[in-house]
Design a protein around this ligand. Sequence first.
Ligand SMILES: [Fe+2]
Ligand SMILES: [Fe+2]
Length: 271
Amino acid sequence: MHTDDIIKVALDLVGMSELPVDSAVYVHGENINNILYGIDIGVAELLYAKEQGFDCVIAHHPVGLVNHFQVFQRHLDQLISKGVTIETAQKVIDKKMMGFKFGSHARNYDAIPSFARLIRMPFLNIHCPSDELGRRLITESIEKLEEQDENPLLHEVRTHLETSFLEFREAKTKIEVAKGNESDSLGNWIFSHGAFTNGGFPIADCYYQYDVDTVIYIHIAPVELSQILNLNYGQLLITGHLASDSIGINPFLDRLEERGIQITAIGGLIR
Ligand SMILES: [Fe+2]
Ligand SMILES: [Fe+2]
């Protein structure tokens, strides 16, 4: 396989036609049969892969991009789907994106890709397509639960997700009710994911303002969580970073294996 074929496998799973800006091929390669995959990849993993004779290394999280934060714009469609006006949604998104932009100015974006080029190790990362697949799979799973039980309780949602996905059962983190009570109803909900990173406080609050009872994130920063906890409304469910990322990644690795590619998974992937 060529690195372009690998990209196509990931894109086809979600019907995307081109790679979003948080995903990239840093070093192209061909005749790839043996892949080292990690949610996070650094220079040590690249060097190990070279020494061990891997043909290609794939990361989930972006490692050398400056415009990757623009994928945060994908929060717009999710916010609109819950009735938030375009103007309000865009305002909240823009403010967050400004912070991400200058965060990316601070980073050494070429540290890892330059090393991959130096040792001529084919290397790419696929972020948004996998997260979007995970968003769909987890959303569909909760919708299925609602078909049996119109308004499940938060602990029933957790049990259902754990029953449905090996990744949640195997993870060292557990699905947590971060705000609200286990016995509260799920109510009107959104699984907010697949848009670079979670929306933190402002996007959660935006949902609450538009009558969403439960926001579901895969992770949240402590500062943003404390802001949400200060509100006297809104529920927050946190599903866990590695487990939730793995749910969107595993079907992609399965497709590669079906095509005869050998996958070695490290770096936090639950498989
Ligand atoms: Fe992810
Ligand atoms: Fe992630």
